[in-house]
Design a protein around this ligand. Sequence first.
Ligand SMILES: Nc1ncnc2c1ncn2[C@@H]1O[C@H](COP(=O)(O)OP(=O)(O)OP(=O)(O)O)[C@@H](O)[C@H]1O
Length: 547
Amino acid sequence: MLRLIKILKPLTPIMMITITFGVLGFLAATAVTTFGAVAIGNILGVKMGIELNLTIKIIIGCAILRGGLRAIEQYSGHYIAFKILAILRDQVFKALRKLSPAKLETKEKGNLISVITSDIELLEVFYAHTIAPIAIAILTSAVTAGVLYSVNPYFGLIGIGFYLIVGLVIPVASSKVANQAGLEYRNEFGNTNSFLLDSLKGIKEVLLFGTGEERINTINENSEKLNEKLKVIKQHEGIIRAFTDITIMIAILVTLYTGVKLFEVGSINLGQVILAVVLLASSFGPTVALSNLSNNLMHTFACAQRLFNILDEVPAVEEVPGMEDLNMNDININNVSFKYNGRNEKLLKNINLKINKGDKVAIIGKSGCGKSTLLKLIMRFWDVESGSIEIDSKNIKNIPTKSLRKSQSLVSQETFLFNDTIENNLKIGKIDASEEEIVLAAKKASIHEFITTLPNGYKTNVGEIGSNLSSGERQRLGIARAFLHNPKVLILDEPTSNLDILNEAEILKSIKDESEDKTIIMVSHRRSSAAICDKKVYVKNNRLEFN
Ligand SMILES: Nc1ncnc2c1ncn2[C@@H]1O[C@H](COP(=O)(O)OP(=O)(O)OP(=O)(O)O)[C@@H](O)[C@H]1O
């Protein structure tokens, strides 16, 4: 909670505005009913101390003020809330950038999305509907208790006592039950969602293996569990509301009883009795708002916790700022060992490899032996555990990350295409690429002809054709992207795994022609692909062998 409040610091002046206008707004609302009572007292001939005409003017003034004050309170409160959501989203994206690619590889994407969207969204409850209402409730209750006290100290004490019961005792006591039920509901809700999403993603398997019936049954069971949990929450809400209302009724009766007794002994007049009862009855708004808070609050804190976990996660690789031109004359892998977190064995042990500018190196080995991992180390997606990787005699850990990314390009087995036009998807390789450059790159990657058959050619949106693109077409788009990027070192992780022999030969020729002065580091299971390389190294038993 403290950490959430600290984020609010730069917006403190606006929060002050929200609280001030909130307090004034509630006081204006209470004044409308209280002066209403004064007016009725006047009409009935009770001595109220204020003239009827003035009372009516005050009522009208307060009613108009109430609208304006409330509007300003809501506007500034929501301004703060959404400004902070923007700040938080910005922080999360920055954190995700730092964590990528290594740490994000292992994170569940569904969870990340729910943190960025719904979790952050829920914090709006805290900023717009928690902090200010608490302050407003304390201040307005203090003012009304003060007024009641000035009428008669007994009224003041009754006010304070019942404000505390409604605004503090009931919410705190109820939150213990509500939080548990709320958390259970959210967890069950998350599980049901994941199961549903999983079923949709795996619909092909579900149909193929005829497991639809079981899936539907599980979804029904989950829905029923959800209903049960919701029932508990709603019942609880009802009980709390009833408790709160009964407490307010008791407060009114106690005030009335005390008023009558004080009137009987002549301590106060009838006007003061009416004033005290109406003032107290109409002043519970802000404190009742607090009793509704507790239902959401714990849930909001759980969301904040998930958010802070991302913000606090230490990146696997520290980004190096700055930009410098890299010659990429040689890449030296010196005695490198590497182990993934959570794995017992070292995946790579004492690897040594020297790659000179223009070398074409094929990395060959059994599935899972660590070939792709070696590429990731060369790109510094992960840091080596021991030993070093040097580029132009400089440790890769000291090379600006942007420079490294600019000089290297990766084509992997799976090319990710954004929901954008083919042209923009290719432009990721070079943002300011001209149309001619894009067409040339596509021709070299043997994908130009296919693109021209699409309804809008290069302007076709990938989303429109979506999963209709074959793996080979995606891979060729990935290669075109890499050609556009025109890096000094081309890193290829099974670049032709999804292509037929004809396309493979064509693309390999393009890669070869394109890369005469470039360094190529390629992982491939296919002999035909590795054939374009003049140097072959083998990953065997966690080590590197040269024949
Ligand atoms: N982020 C990770 N965390 C933990 N283990 C990982 C991670 N990434 C890969 N591994 C494991 O490291 C091993 C080597 O993976 P890698 O992808 O480097 O193999 P590969 O030789 O390229 O395999 P393939 O030829 O099948 O693509 C595998 O056992 C894999 O499960």
